[in-house]
Ligand binder design. Structure first.
Ligand code: AKB
Length: 325
């Protein structure tokens, strides 16, 4: 049974992955860590929590030893749009956390999971049904450069030192628990909150811009399934394309209108985010993940929309009741 340490546990993925992993492996076998002590409140349930700056290799190594960890989930990331505001900082954080994870993985024999992203592709990559193995040399963001470098570095540590590195290329992730911060795909989360609260949304990405997206329960399932996969079946490692749905702002708005008929969508395009979105695939081919470790998403756009509207509505009603409204 695994003993897991999660870096960046208070973020969008970590705050849901930690309880998910604890449900499978047990509370005490999943150590949540975050640089920000206040984020502990955002992680539901019981289990160990430690304040850890993933760039402090000594403290990181100490915790891995203290808890006899055998698997590291590295979820530290400065996302695509924020990264463009300070590329050097984004490189230091994204690559620093990965480098420490790989070095500690090598020294202590830990498996290492680090997500890659649709951001690992760029403007010369085939846009439709983007293949698993294809051109990745034209990334227009520092985030994408970090993801491509991270994929190569993780494969290097596997081939050279036998570190069990595995990764998926996440699409934009949609969830009702913890909001994303600083990504290009964030609109696809914000649109649900605006639809439920105000019945209207101003979108910073143009109509007709298609990107792959995924509902969080599928993303969590992918991570566990990949890390549990029989290594003998893996022809790829860093990193697998995984896909669930691809839509543009008009299509997600139409799906929302089935639940909020008067929903209105307008546009105020952010040129930085639009340029990033234009450089990313419209949709990815995930057949290698399906063949090598049985990847299968459960949610399409209508199923995800139904659940998001319901959960965001419950959250709003709860906070209104707490404020006596
Ligand atoms: C972002 O938009 O930066 C992320 C991603 C697709 O990796 N959500």
């Amino acid at each position: 049974m695994k003993r897991i340490l999660v870096l960046g546990a208070g973020g969008q993925v970590g705050s849901e992955l930690v309880p998910h992993l604890r449900g499978i492996y047990g509370n005490d076998r999943v150590i949540a860590t975050d640089v920000n002590a206040g984020r502990r409140e955002g992680i539901p349930g019981d289990g160990p929590f430690e304040v850890l700056d993933a760039l402090d290799g000594e403290a990181f190594n100490h915790l891995v030893g203290k808890y006899r960890v055998d698997t590291i989930f590295n979820l530290v990331a400065v996302l695509s749009a924020t990264g463009e505001r300070n590329p050097e900082l984004a490189w230091n954080i994204n690559i620093g956390a990965l480098t420490h994870s790989l070095c500690i993985g090598k020294e202590r024999g830990c498996a290492v999971f680090t997500p890659s992203s649709i951001g690992a592709f760029g403007k010369d990559t085939p846009k439709d049904k983007t293949p698993q193995d294809t051109i990745q040399r034209a990334s227009t963001t520092i985030y994408g450069v970090c993801k491509v470098a991270g994929e190569l570095l993780s494969d290097y540590y596997f081939h050279r030192f036998g570190v069990d590195t595995r990764s998926v290329r996440f699409p934009g992730l949609i969830s009702h628990v913890t909001p994303p911060g600083g990504g290009t795909t964030d609109y696809a989360v914000e649109i649900f909150h605006a639809a439920v609260r105000e019945g209207a949304f101003t979108c910073n990405i143009k109509a007709g811009t298609y990107m792959d997206m995924m509902y969080m329960p599928d993303a969590l399932d992918a991570v566990v399934r990949l890390m549990e996969a029989d290594p003998a079946r893996l022809k790829h490692r860093n990193s697998f394309n995984i896909a669930a749905m691809s839509f543009d702002p008009e299509e997600i708005a139409a799906a929302i209108r089935r639940h909020v008929p008067a929903f209105r969508l307008s546009y105020d395009v952010d040129p930085v985010k639009q340029a990033i979105a234009d450089s990313w695939p419209n949709s990815m081919d995930d057949s290698c993940a399906r063949e090598e470790w049985g990847w299968r998403p459960a949610y399409d756009l209508p199923a995800m929309t139904r659940e998001m509207i319901e959960k965001v509505g419950e959250k709003l009603a709860g906070s209104n009741a707490a404020r006596g409204l």
